[in-house]
Every structure is written in C-alpha cells, then in structure tokens.
Design a protein around this ligand. Structure first.
Ligand code: SAH
Ligand code: DHB
Ligand code: MG
Length: 225
C-alpha cells in the first residue's frame, strides 16, 4: 500500500526510536508538559536530537556549555545531563516567561546547580559573557532567532577555543534554504550560516537533514579549528 502521508510515518518511527532507544526520563517529559501548559510553542528539539546533544557533550568532554535559545529548557536539561560534576551551562533567552518556565523545569530536573539562564537579547548576553571572562566554552548550541545565526556562529568561535563543538538547529527549515521566498525573514540567516560553515577557515562543519515530529529540518555540527 502506498502511504500518502509520509510525515505521519516519520513521526511514528521517531516515537518508536524515542520509546525504545532514547527513553527520556520523567523530568524531560514533565518539561514538555509544562511548556504546553504554559502555552509555549512545541519547537523544542525532538527527543532523539536532545539525546544526541547530551552524547555530544559527553563525547567532547565539555565542561562549559553555552546555549542560545532556551525556550522551556528541554534541550538545556538534555545537555546538562551530559555535564560532569562541576560543569556549567549558560543559556540565553529573550522572553522572561520562557526563562521562568525553563528555570522551574531545570530545577525540577535536579540540575539547577549547573545551569544559569540569562534573560535578554542573546547578542547582549554574549557581549556580557565576553566581558566577564566566562569563556572559553567547550560546546555551543545555537537555536534562537534564525536571522542572527551568522552572528551567533561568529560569537561561538569568539567565545570558544580550538576544538569547541558547535551545533546549530533548523538548518533545512522545510526546504526554505533552496527557496528563501518561503520564509524571507528566517531563510537568509540560515543560508548565510551554512555558507559560513563551508567557507570560514575557522570552522570545519557538516549539515544533516532530518524528518519527524519537527517536520523537515536539519542541524549542523562544526568544530572550531
Ligand atoms: N533550544 C530549545 C528551543 C529554543 S526555541 C529546545 O530545543 O528546547 C527558540 C527560543 O529562542 C525561544 O524561546 C525564543 O524566545 C528565543 N529567542 C528568540 N530570539 C532571541 C534572542 N534574540 N535572544 C535570545 N533568545 C531568543
Ligand atoms: C522555530 C524555532 C526553532 O528553534 C525550531 O526548532 C522550530 C521552529 C520557530 O521559531 O518557528
Ligand atoms: Mg530549533
């Protein structure tokens, strides 16, 4: 039989992989429920992507993690679960309401001692972090307003060191990377960031296409040279 709704099947497979392999703990499930209850959009990373973030934090031996775009703290909790004792995660969030929900979710997950959520425009927070000597960060996850992706990538390098791992979400954006007219606000920043990943001599990167509960999208992975 021909399936005419591939997204349904992609999501069913994602749920299967999440249930069988990923197995998010109760704190992660509660974080998603709390975000929904607060009326926040369901734009957190999928569970299998969150688990990948945790594994990448562990694989890279990261002790200092920087996140740009907190939402309700779902990806924050995943990454903090990959940190060693004494690790630190700073997450940047523009909206106070999102930061409040995230703070509660992170505390509820027993990770409050590792995580600092900074409210404000991320570009301001990044400048402040530089002034405070909070760098170098070993791992950076970029997942906020897509228009600023090229700037966030530049900041990841500035606040990183050779060997810093950078992950950037939403690099396919339902195919808008090939047709920016589909989203003239966000597509240009995504395309420019992809070009930077390919051309900037300070970066060595790749981009991976994904399907599932978050539609047709993808993420980029890069190493700061
Ligand atoms: N990383 C989260 C999802 C982030 S959604 C997860 O996977 O669980 C994107 C978030 O970025 C939203 O909460 C939005 O409010 C925030 N954001 C948008 N513009 C921003 C800016 N200029 N500075 C900081 N945060 C911003
Ligand atoms: C949106 C943002 C995200 O980071 C994401 O993963 C999906 C959607 C959004 O702003 O619509
Ligand atoms: Mg995202």
């Amino acid at each position: 039989m021909i399936e005419h709704q591939p997204t349904t099947r992609w999501t069913a497979v994602e749920e299967f992989l999440s249930d069988v392999v990923v197995r998010p703990d109760s704190s992660l499930k509660r974080a998603v429920t709390a975000a929904l209850a607060a009326g926040m959009p369901s734009i957190e990373v999928a569970p299998n992507a969150g688990k990948l973030l945790k594994l990448l934090v562990r694989l890279s031996g990261a002790r200092r993690v920087l996140e740009i775009g907190t939402l309700a703290g779902f990806s924050t909790i995943w990454m903090a679960q990959g940190l060693p004792d004494g690790g630190r995660l700073v997450s940047c969030e523009y909206l106070p309401k999102h930061a409040d929900v995230a703070r509660r979710n992170v505390d509820d997950a027993g990770l409050g001692h590792l995580v600092e959520i900074r409210v404000g425009a991320a570009l301001d927070t990044l400048r402040a972090l530089e002034a405070e000597d909070a760098a170098p960060f070993d791992f950076v996850f970029i997942d906020a307003d897509k228009e600023n992706n090229p700037h966030y990538l530049d900041w990841a390098i500035r606040l990183g060191r050779p060997g810093t791992v950078v992950v950037m979400d939403n690099m396919v954006w339902e195919g808008a990377v090939l047709d920016p007219s589909l989203d003239p606000v966000n597509a240009p920043g995504i395309i420019t960031a992809l070009q930077m990943l390919g051309e900037d001599p300070r970066l060595d990167g790749t981009a991976i296409q994904t399907v599932g509960s978050k539609g047709w999208d993808g993420f980029a992975l890069a190493l700061v040279r």
